[in-house]
Design a protein around this ligand. Structure first.
Ligand SMILES: *[C@@H]1O[C@H](CO)[C@@H](O)[C@H](O)[C@H]1NC(C)=O
Length: 152
């Protein structure tokens, strides 16, 4: 094989392995997972979003209530990916991607980095809609892993 074909094959294989591993419930790590419980508590207190909203969202049930949009914004602000007034900080969001899914996660973040909304809460919401559109399978896995951390 030519080197480029070999590396393309390797990349495809790596992606498959990541999906296989995640599909079997491999634990995701990194700062968002480490701080999930604390940040969720703070953001629910701040926005009034209820505990079930994130679970429903992870399972693909859309929720565009202001409280939930602002919950996503609060989460992003806590993880330094968004400023209070809704400016996306791409370098920080790249750091938030769990190391186990770094390559595909970075692709998704970069694909969505220019997303914006009507205000800061809407920008956060639209950004997450974009992440999901870019890779619904992986997005769901990350959300489910985050949700499990909250319950631990
Ligand atoms: C994610 O995308 C899937 C597939 O298009 C869709 O069914 C689901 O509702 C979406 N979830 C969110 C939270 O956007």
């Amino acid at each position: 094989m030519q080197p480029s074909a070999a590396s393309a094959a390797f990349a495809a294989l790596s992606a498959l392995l990541v999906f296989a591993a995640v599909g079997h419930g491999l634990e995701l790590t990194g700062r968002i997972m480490d701080m999930a419980k604390m940040v969720d508590k703070k953001c629910r207190e701040e926005t009034g979003a209820d505990r079930e909203s994130l679970k429903h969202w992870a399972h693909g049930v859309l929720d565009d209530h202001e409280s939930f949009k602002c919950y996503i914004k609060c989460i992003m602000v806590q993880f330094s990916a968004l400023s209070e007034d809704g400016v996306f900080v791409v370098e920080e969001e790249l750091e938030n991607v769990p190391p186990e899914i770094k390559e595909e996660g970075h692709r998704i973040v970069l694909a969505c980095k220019d997303t914006s909304g009507a205000d800061a809460c809407d920008t956060a919401y639209q950004m997450h809609r974009c992440y999901n559109s870019s890779n619904p399978v992986l997005y769901k896995e990350v959300l489910l892993a985050f949700d499990i951390k909250i319950d631990e």
